[in-house]
Design a protein around this ligand. Sequence first.
Ligand SMILES: [Zn+2]
Length: 71
Amino acid sequence: MPPLTLIELAAQAVGSVYREVADAHCGDQPCPCGWRPRLAADLAALQAALALSAGPAAPPDLARMAVLGRA
Ligand SMILES: [Zn+2]
């Protein structure tokens, strides 16, 4: 299976979970937690999280690295 196809399937699973959770928060007897789905804003948040985690990793901060040897 091509890598991107696998990732698309994973994204579909996330979308499906979102839809189930959103549906549980709508209707006659919604979940009492008070959260209400806002599709556009929720998708923007999911896209931002995806972009953040898929982007290049930040370079390591030398000031925070443990010193492992002596020169
Ligand atoms: Zn809830």
